[in-house]
Design a protein around this ligand. Structure first.
Ligand code: PLP
Length: 442
């Protein structure tokens, strides 16, 4: 059995408290800080704090540490690249890592069309660039996004984000000509209700019969931005065929489909991209988070036909940094070399276990997910489906004190997104801890 979780000192211990105090004195007031975890090191799915407490991580630094902490192959690639040169600026000069990563991403992106790749520092920068590229390529201005979406926090990206009102409050005016429609959230759908199959009301009613018929000419729309599985919105998985139907609507009006796979991509769902489960080829695919195993790198992967922007029209000083490119290439080797398969097997074990918990704990209203992207939605009452954010909060805080790192998403959903190296013992330990904690709370 693993030597974690192991709580030696109730967190935050004395060393952690000192860091928290210093941090609170000097860091910007906008940070959230979920709980007082003060990290000293990590290995695999284990995170150790500065007081020697060991935690089992089921949130992977918000779905980032895909290969776990300190994977030897990623660390070796980073050290080797760092030994050679830290920076030269990929927007202006050449190096092998950048060419290799762009080729690799272009080749593994969904669908047969030839692609070209722009490297970024983050998911937000990928969204921001994709907004510009979509407008540039189509010479149209309007953008459609979904309620509950999270695409980042820069002024353009946050205009597409529709996750929490406080992420917009005080920052306006935001980008004009951005329109939000409901997402395919089966558990809370106003059209499908409890009907056995999805009726596509959000696409036919909200998009075509309302938005396109009354407010917005579809021929003015540059792009629809969609998370194939909504992340921050609550790990919401659209019904089968929904993404293909969205693709068909985009094709009908010459609208670009931008798949934001910042959270769902790089093997987390058991395939390289969540779009691959549906056989959908987006015009632009965005990735970041797990791509560099924690090193800051993202990408805009666009069809050659969309990649119309002229030399000098866009760029980035740090985007595609050589050390980050090396981390991403090593990560992709590992993801393709076994971690994607592990995400399938461990995802099945995790979902089966969570469904057993749902049989026992009536506060669990819905269980959904693909691979190691699993959402557990909590409700006050299964009949009314009234959200129960307090249960998620108590669960997350209590688990932290017992050595399990969890995170919420959406209004009242627990997201389970361990590193892709997670093993069956880890899954069983996490499930047992969640079970015990729910018994305490209820
Ligand atoms: N897009 C999605 C789907 C995300 O989940 C996130 C971050 O959570 C972003 C974009 C923004 O990425 P970043 O925080 O790297 O800027």
């Amino acid at each position: 059995m693993p030597d974690y979780p192991k709580i030696l000192v109730p967190p935050p211990g004395p060393k952690a408290r000192a860091v928290v105090e210093r941090d609170e004195a000097w860091t910007a007031s906008c940070y959230i800080k979920e709980y007082p975890l003060v990290v000293a090191r990590g290995q695999g799915v284990m995170v150790e704090d500065v007081d020697g407490n060991r935690y089992l991580d089921f949130m992977a630094g918000i779905a980032v540490c895909s290969t776990g902490y300190g994977h030897p192959e990623v660390v070796a690639a980073v050290k080797d690249a760092a030994d050679r040169f830290l920076h030269i600026c990929g927007s202006d000069f050449y190096y092998e890592g950048m060419a290799a990563l762009c080729e690799r991403l272009a080749r593994i992106a969904p669908g047969p069309s030839r692609k070209r790749v722009f490297l970024t520092n983050s998911g937000t920068e990928a969204t921001e660039g994709a907004i510009k590229l979509a407008r540039y390529a189509t010479r149209r201005t309007a953008i459609i996004a979904f309620r509950g979406a999270f695409h980042g926090r820069s002024t353009g990206a946050v205009s597409l984000t529709s996750s929490k009102a406080r992420q917009h409050a005080g920052f306006g005016p935001l980008l004009p000509d951005v329109h939000h429609i409901p997402f395919a959230y089966r558990y809370r759908c106003q059209w499908c209700g409890d009907k056995p199959a999805c009726t596509r009301g959000c696409l036919t009613e909200a998009l075509e019969r309302d938005l396109f018929a009354r407010h917005l000419d579809p021929h003015d729309v540059a792009a629809v931005f969609v998370e194939p599985i909504q992340g921050e919105g609550g790990y919401v998985v659209p019904p089968p065929g929904w993404l293909s139907d969205l693709r068909a609507i985009c094709d009908r009006y010459g609208i670009l489909l931008v798949a934001d796979e910042v959270q769902s991509g790089v093997g987390r769902t058991g395939k390289m991209w969540a779009c691959d489960h549906e056989g959908v080829e987006p015009d632009i695919l965005l990735t970041a988070k797990g791509l560099g195993s924690g090193m800051p790198i993202g990408a805009i992967i666009a069809k050659e036909s969309v990649n119309t922007w002229e030399s000098g029209s866009h760029g980035s000083t740090f985007g595609g940094n050589p050390v980050c490119c090396a981390a991403a290439l090593a990560t992709l080797d590992l993801v393709e070399g076994g971690l994607m398969a592990n995400a399938v097997a461990m995802g099945e074990r995790l979902q089966a276990g969570v469904r057993r918990l749902a049989d026992k704990h009536r506060c669990i209203g819905d269980v959904r997910g693909v691979g190691l992207m699993v959402g557990v939605e909590f409700v006050k009452d299964r009949a009314t489906r009234e959200p129960a954010p307090d249960i998620v909060e108590q669960l997350v805080q209590g688990a932290f004190h017992q050595g399990l790192l969890l995170l919420g998403a959406g209004k009242s959903t627990l997201r389970l997104a361990p590193p892709l190296v997670v093993g069956s013992d880890d899954i069983d330990i996490a499930l047992a801890m969640i079970d015990a904690r729910l018994s305490d709370i209820a």
